[in-house]
Design a protein around this ligand. Structure first.
Ligand SMILES: [Zn+2]
Length: 596
């Protein structure tokens, strides 16, 4: 027998099996017991909440000769043929595909005839809001003069799209989202029946991400089970739902409220590296923040209604974090969520958000002035980052053409952002300064670089928390006796570091203490570093060939460069020497010297 989806196999066949809709099923059973049936019902509610299942149970319960306490027997021929969809008197219509006036006229004409086998003819019209206006009018006529022995059950996820004239002629039932707890119980029941092993936490993850729909929950359960093992694992559930673990979110928020930018950024990287989607992470974070707010106001409510959110870390985080801050976070998360829809670089937004959140929130000293200035700065950086990333993409494509123009000043033009954001003078663009980089490279050795790398952690320990957080995404990439080049993972942190004289002072003091001498520190963004390094080596090569060509490092001169390239074409340079030099300087991190 071919595999049947869980939600089909475990579709409820009795009112008592319909999960989470007790008021509705009790009312319907009573109507059957007391024989007070309406000729038309409207079942409204979100998808997967049991509307069509309840409609079919109602069709059976009305017609079953052995009905008991308002429930069908599910054993007789009528019950069975309704379950299988083979009884001519129970007609299911999907209004999404049969929405024309012709179809409904046909229904109206046929409804006149008495049922052939059952006592009542039952029309179940699913997604009834999809009917055309003409079709609704035809249906209305039928509902106004309902034939005896005909019952209409209309089902919809969007009751607001149904004309009031129709609504006024039906008995309406609103199906609720099913609570996570009820979904969980049902899944437990099913797995126990199937004799399957499961991790409780896996069921909680599935229940939560089904968002109140039993059919969705069972579909997800199906997918997790299809991972192959007989045991339903937490990891598989997380993977299928793309959920981020609570522990990861608790850890992240701790870093944020403690202004630990670096750890927060590393957290984000870890989460993304596990293959989680950036927008899913934001969504989970919003839910989690809402849980914190709810828990702060009414712990009992969360304890009774929610599943497994509450562990000791959650409790202590809820105590430490101020509600106002959580509100602000939710707002910012919402903002970033809408911005992320239009970007190719959601992870960059996530990084910016992280820096923003970590800088913004201090439960003890809230200074609104500081915040607003910081916010406008961050917004500016935010926009700039997105412009920059787009440009880097473009540059990568144009790289081949560009490498000919051995330009000595690497700079990127930032187009004016459309937004009238106030930008403080300190956040103006910082450029890579080649006149400081090249002298360091001239004397750079592998040994100096090794020394710097060895003491880097110790150096960072000598900084204050904010400085350390910023420098944690940096590393020394080249060093001489007189200078060290430090690359930054994030362009906006490079910008920040470059304009921060306190940071340079602190680093130089630290180096003096540890090394006994003070190399000059030069920052570069890590994405520009390979290009800078390559250009330097090409430059050196040209110098080697035409020593009379005195390269002025302060100014870029394209003509000069082109001239050098001409020379270059005539005299073939000795690449091996350059490669050796490169290896001496940077180690085996091989340099691409292609002269394209
Ligand atoms: Zn029956």
């Amino acid at each position: 027998m071919s595999y049947q989806a869980l939600y089909r196999v475990w579709r409820p066949q009795r009112f008592d099996d319909v999960i989470g809709q007790d008021v509705i099923t009790t009312t319907l059973k009573n109507a059957i017991i007391t024989n007070q049936l309406s000729h038309a019902y409207l079942f409204a509610g979100p998808r997967g909440t049991g509307k069509t299942s309840a409609a079919k149970i109602l069709a059976k319960a009305i017609n079953c000769p052995n009905k008991k306490d308002g429930e069908p027997c599910n054993e007789c021929t009528l019950c069975k043929s309704i379950t299988n969809g083979t009884l001519n008197d129970v007609i299911e219509i999907d209004a999404a595909s049969n929405n024309g006036v012709e179809e409904i006229r046909e229904v109206r004409d046929k409804a006149k005839y008495a049922p052939t086998e059952a006592e009542y003819k039952v029309y179940i019209i699913d997604e009834v809001h999809m009917l055309s206006t003409g079709a609704f009018n035809a249906l209305l006529k039928t509902l106004e003069e309902p034939p005896a022995h005909v019952i209409f059950i209309l089902a919809t996820t969007e009751p607001q799209k149904i004309p009031a004239t129709i609504i006024s002629r039906v008995q309406r039932f609103d199906f609720k989202r099913i609570t996570s707890k009820d979904i969980l119980k049902r899944m437990e029941f099913i797995l126990n029946q199937k004799n399957m092993d499961y991790d409780d936490r896996a069921l909680k993850v599935i229940a939560k991400s089904a968002e109140g729909g039993m059919r969705d929950a069972l579909s997800i359960l199906d997918q997790v089970l299809s991972f192959g093992s007989d045991h339903l694992t937490y990891e598989n559930a997380l993977q299928v739902t793309g959920s981020v673990t609570k522990q990861a979110m608790t850890k992240y928020l701790y870093c944020v409220i403690q202004h630990d930018v670096k750890s927060a950024l590393m957290n984000v990287q870890d989460i993304l590296q596990e293959g989680k989607d950036a927008s899913r992470f934001i969504e989970d974070l919003i839910n989690y923040c809402q849980d914190i707010l709810l828990y702060q106001q009414s712990p009992e409510m969360v304890e009774s209604a929610e599943l497994g959110i509450i562990d000791d870390d959650f409790k202590s985080l809820s105590k430490q974090i101020d509600a106002q801050i959580v509100y602000k976070m939710i707002n910012q998360l919402n903002d970033i969520q809408s911005q992320m829809r239009y970007t190719m670089h959601p992870d960059v937004y996530l990084d910016v958000l992280t820096v923003k959140l970590s800088n913004n929130y201090d439960a003890n000293s809230e200074s609104n002035d500081d915040n607003s200035e910081l916010n406008s700065k961050i917004q500016y950086l935010n926009e700039k980052v997105s412009v920059l990333t787009d440009q880097i993409d473009k540059l990568t494509h144009e790289k081949n053409n560009q490498s000919r123009n051995d330009s000595q000043t690497v700079s990127m033009e930032i187009p004016e952002t459309k937004n009238k954001t106030r930008v403080s003078p300190s956040s103006r663009e910082e450029k890579v300064n080649l006149s400081k980089i090249y002298p360091v490279l001239d004397d750079a050795t592998r040994e100096n670089l090794n020394n710097l790398q060895n003491i880097w952690d110790e150096l960072l320990q000598s900084l204050d928390v904010t400085q350390r957080a910023m420098m944690h995404v940096s590393k020394p990439v080249a060093a001489s006796e007189n200078g060290v080049i430090v690359s930054f993972e994030y362009p906006f942190l490079f910008q920040k570091a470059n304009s921060d004289t306190d940071l340079s002072d602190a680093l130089e003091n630290g180096l003096d203490r540890i090394l006994g001498y003070v190399p000059k520190i030069v920052f570069v963004p890590s994405d520009q570093w390979p290009e800078i390094r390559k250009n330097y080596l090409i430059n050196r090569k040209n110098e080697h060939i035409t020593p009379e060509n005195n390269v002025n490092l302060e100014h870029s001169s394209i003509e000069k460069n082109e001239k050098k390239h001409d020379n270059n074409d005539e005299n073939n340079p000795d690449d091996s020497e350059i490669v050796k030099k490169a290896t001496d300087m940077f180690g085996n991190d091989i340099i691409n010297l292609k002269n394209d």
